[in-house]
Ligand binder design. Structure first.
Ligand SMILES: [Zn+2]
Ligand SMILES: [Zn+2]
Ligand SMILES: [Zn+2]
Ligand SMILES: [Zn+2]
Length: 317
């Protein structure tokens, strides 16, 4: 009866969808910095003087030093000076580093954190799309979690395949629009797209919803994000959903968010069951906002920039 192609090996007890970071794929405390398996030695210039790791979301200080946004904002909660030269410093005086520096960091080679089963190596900026769209381990964790409890996203959106009732592929039905209902084509029923090496494989574009992290940065603390939301625990909608994006705003210039996207988290604060007014307050935090959003992808891959690598089944030796 069970015709699922999920790998037989059970996941290590420690690894669970709820605890794994949706950005770096490792298990770490929400307030801790992301963990990456760097494959090459990294130039000292690209290392944060607080965490001694390659910079993540680098911020330049007016005194000419660069730190991870996360490290610096934590440090400045208690202190009011630069950790290297002890010159007076506040977070709002800092700016994201140049595109050149951010690109150098994005291009650092990392290994998939689930390398016991997935030996993929890629640029650091490609790890998150890999995890959410191609990593077999990440997909298995998500599917296991969905079998236990169907997330509210699916309850809200409902089944896409109304005629689907065979039972064997129930766990995958919520995530894939089956291009064919013919059960003699298991490759189309199960989203096991790691078996395919063709970039145009229908499974890659059949994902209905996908979790992504989008960062928005206010140049001025008062600047309007240009984001109108609806929903909240005290409304019939429940979840926080983007209703409208104002033209010529931070959000519209960024271009990655769209009306209908569900905001799941902001800077590691869950918006899962907060009242509407609380969500507004969270989104009004100054400086950098890191939004985890559930985005409907339909049949087309919308974000070509972050998802242009062909899917492949060949693991490097
Ligand atoms: Zn992480
Ligand atoms: Zn750091
Ligand atoms: Zn300094
Ligand atoms: Zn992987």
């Amino acid at each position: 009866m069970a015709t699922t192609e999920i790998k037989a090996s059970s996941s290590p007890a420690a690894l669970s969808w709820a605890r794994v970071c949706k950005e770096c794929g490792q298990q770490h405390e929400g307030q801790d910095t992301h963990l990456y398996e760097y494959q090459d030695e990294v130039d000292d210039e690209l290392v944060c003087h607080i965490c001694l790791q390659p910079l993540i979301r680098p911020m330049d200080t007016p005194c000419g030093h660069t730190y991870c946004f996360h490290c610096l904002s934590n440090f400045l909660k208690e202190k009011d000076f630069c950790p290297v030269d002890r010159l007076r410093l506040q977070l709002h005086q800092c700016r994201p580093s140049s595109l050149l520096v951010r690109n150098l960091l994005d291009k650092l080679n990392v290994m998939c954190p689930h390398y016991a089963e997935c030996q993929q190596q890629m640029q650091r900026c490609e790890l998150q799309p890999h995890l959410h769209n191609r990593c077999p381990v990440f997909r298995r964790l998500r599917e296991e979690a969905e079998k236990r409890k169907r997330p509210s996203w699916h309850e809200l959106k409902g089944r896409k395949n109304d005629g689907e009732s065979s039972g064997d592929d129930k766990h995958s039905a919520a995530l894939s629009r089956n291009p064919s209902r013919d059960p003699s084509e298991p490759g189309l029923i199960n989203p096991a797209y790691e078996e395919m090496d063709d970039d145009n494989t229908p499974q890659r574009s059949s994902l209905v919803a996908e979790a992504n992290v989008v960062e928005l940065f206010r140049e001025e603390p008062e600047e309007d994000l240009g984001l109108r939301i609806v929903g909240g625990r005290d409304t019939p909608l429940g979840n926080i959903v983007i209703q409208e994006i104002i033209r010529d705003s931070i959000t519209s210039r960024d271009g990655r968010l769209a009306p209908g996207d569900h905001i799941l988290e902001v800077n590691d604060v869950s918006l899962a069951s907060v009242p509407h007014a609380r969500a507004i307050t969270v989104l009004q935090q100054p400086a950098l906002l890191r939004l985890t959003v559930m985005q409907e992808k339909g049949f087309k891959i919308r974000d070509q920039r972050s998802d242009q690598q062909p899917s492949t089944s060949t693991a490097p030796q």
